[in-house]
Design a protein around this ligand. Sequence first.
Ligand SMILES: Nc1ncnc2c1ncn2[C@@H]1O[C@H](COP(=O)(O)OP(=O)(O)O)[C@@H](O)[C@H]1O
Ligand SMILES: [Mg+2]
Length: 253
Amino acid sequence: MPEDIRFSLRNVTCFYGERVAVRQLTMDIPAQGVTAFIGPSGCGKSTILRCLNRMNDVVPGFSLTGQVLLDGEDLYGEAQDPVLVRRRVGMVFQRSNPFPTSIFNNVAYGLKLHFKLSRAQLELEVEAALRAAALWEEVRDRLHAPALRLSGGQQQRLCIARALAVKPEVMLFDEPASALDPLATAKVEELVMELGRRMTVVIVTHNLAQASRVADRTAFFLRGELIEMRPTVELFTNPQRPETEAYLRGRPV
Ligand SMILES: Nc1ncnc2c1ncn2[C@@H]1O[C@H](COP(=O)(O)OP(=O)(O)O)[C@@H](O)[C@H]1O
Ligand SMILES: [Mg+2]
């Protein structure tokens, strides 16, 4: 049975000014499970990830040719509202970036922006998002404390809760654990896997072990091009392309 496709990229080329960062990329990202992007620093992983929710729109000099389809709709079409796109496609960054306000307000922010809720509904939704991000038990008795007082790992899970609160269909993670200690990393990885069971998840990681733990399929990029994308176990045990094999073995690529 063919897999459902969430994103279709067709001949996508990304520019920063005149410089090409991603070249002629064509790939499909399935709706189910976790897709990892790996490859050396500067190969275009973050650029591609940001194409999936129009986060590049705000980067000066950025432009894109080709097509990015989300559920068959042109993400860059005239009718698309980038704010709505980012509600449907949530994103979590390497450095957690809570707003300098309370834990509660961080999660409530997007809910207030996108939905008209009573105070009671708002409280229920904030709780649900914090539970979904495996943070509720740790913060339930200090929801009005400043978010910036949380540990790094808790702040990252708060950012995940903030993104989940507005009920996205997709979550994008850009090296979400690379600033975290091993225990906090394990919690984030656990969440990524859990979310992958019910929504589309794409994670950029330079940590190969992390990709092999969390991802159903892995895409290897080099110098702005997709080299291969395959089920993670197959990519790691039996890469089809010499560049992939070299990278996985830690040889120069
Ligand atoms: N905001 C930006 N302005 C100009 N060039 C950028 C910007 N972001 C990334 N680039 C360039 O685009 C290329 C791909 O970068 P990036 O997508 O960040 O790679 P990765 O995430 O794989 O490390 C690199 O050459 C990088 O220098
Ligand atoms: Mg990056």
